[in-house]
Design a protein. Sequence first.
Lengths: 328, 245
Amino acid sequence: MTASSFKGLWIALFFVLLATLPLWISDGYYVNIASQILIWAVAAMGLNLIVGYAGLVSLGHAALFAISGYAVGIAMSAGFGHLAAALLGIGISILTAAIFGALSLRSTGIGFLMITLAIGQILWGIAYRWVSLTNGDNGVSISSRPAPFGFNIEDATPFYIFTLMIFALALASTALLVFSPLGAAIRGIRDEPRRMDALGYNVWLTRFSVFVMSGFWTSIAGLLFLYYNGFVSPQVLTVQSSAEILLMVLSGGSATLFGPLVGSTIIVLMKNVASSFVERWSLVLGLIFVLIIIFIPEGIVPGLVSSGRKAVQLYKRRRPPASTGADL
Amino acid sequence: MNPLSVQGLCKSFGGLRVTSNVCLEVAAGERRLIIGPNGAGKTTLFNLIGGEITPDSGTVSVLGRDITRSPSRARARLGIARTYQIITLFPHDTLIRNVSMALMGLMPLRWNPIVNLNKRRDIADQAQDALARVNLAHLGDRKLSETSYGERRRVEIAMALAQHPRVLLLDEPLAGLSVGERLSVQDLLLSIPRDVTTVMIEHDMDVALRFAERITLMNFGSVILDGTREEVVNAPETKEVYFAA
């Protein structure tokens, strides 16, 4: 069995495990937690495109996450159906991501981070203060979840399966991008923008295209969030939300396919499960991040992979060489 | 119409004038050497020709086309390729992938977000051919970080040649190499076909003089002397400005 088919088998098994999760945890509460993990994992995967693969740290992605929810909620209040509202919401999100990217990609590094933070804050201000459009602090709500292809996803398990399908799509599209020529160009521009420019690559446009892709998946996650909660409020657009998505990427491992899922699992579990046992759960969460930064600064997934490789090498070194039979 | 023409190029960084009215005409197939002491403005001149910095005044033309305001990527498409004094490659990728990046830079394929690059045998084969030109075909699947400094220098040259340039700018291609590696890279430089017009900055005069037919001497951002190998080497200005330094 080749290394790639072995990896493929593990991923297939992993998805079988995820798909059968509701059979193992029959409690709807935990199935909903699993849905939340997947929703935030999609958002973190979107952010990972720009942070991990393009090397641009954004602190404004919560705005892109929320804008699709707001757009769909407002469109449905105006009488649009689910499908039309969703398409409109995604369209508005892509347009917003394009404007967001065009403005913020005037700079890189700290400058980029500060511009994304500022734009995120502006959008938060609009969501909070433009009460006639956004309903202010109360946010916008929808009365029901959609029924994609006629399937009812009102209950926890069907919604989880629907979210898992979107997650799988996001993962597949990210994998496709990562192994593609454009993915190689994105990483090349992250590492050596000057060299890539001299080789004929359009550095700005490549960064812009990955920013829009990042915004697309982040807004898809925002749409799922609206369907999950039934409402979206300015709380979702805060800097804290942006920082949480960023921490999901960094703790799981940036520029990895499964890092965002690991990061979202940690944060969602801490927020929803640990908080019912520990009052100051954010303190514990902070401690976890400090430990990750100290011991596995590259993130959990790359850390585990490198530890696994070291263990295999150690095992191979310690294992006595196989007898050839010559001394018998 | 010369492949490379530089006219009255000036560049200042704040109050510091780094390039002052530089003129350079490089004929087709010529091998030009640019020499000068440290800080003479040689690499700045390359950066101005390559488009990494824009001049305050003057023009840069390739095959009669004014590219003074064109970005680096457009210049690459017009046939300018370069290597860097400080190696700027992709250490975590294989040699084949490094050269593939150069190949794709001039192809529409670089925008493709769907096709699996690992399955594009045509790109890998072209990269392998480019590596064979610099005698690195046997290391194609090795990560760049696992190669020697001399091999990385050769990868840089392979990347530049893979783009089939009309004008090749080599910025100190022998810097940091051992004696053995120098000889190997020197042979490689001499094997660059004549349809590639080559401009090289180099301090190793033994190698450089074997390579170049014409030499341009720079000092304090200006061209002091421009002539044949013999003219420049024997000129008193060269002894005063360069060899004395």
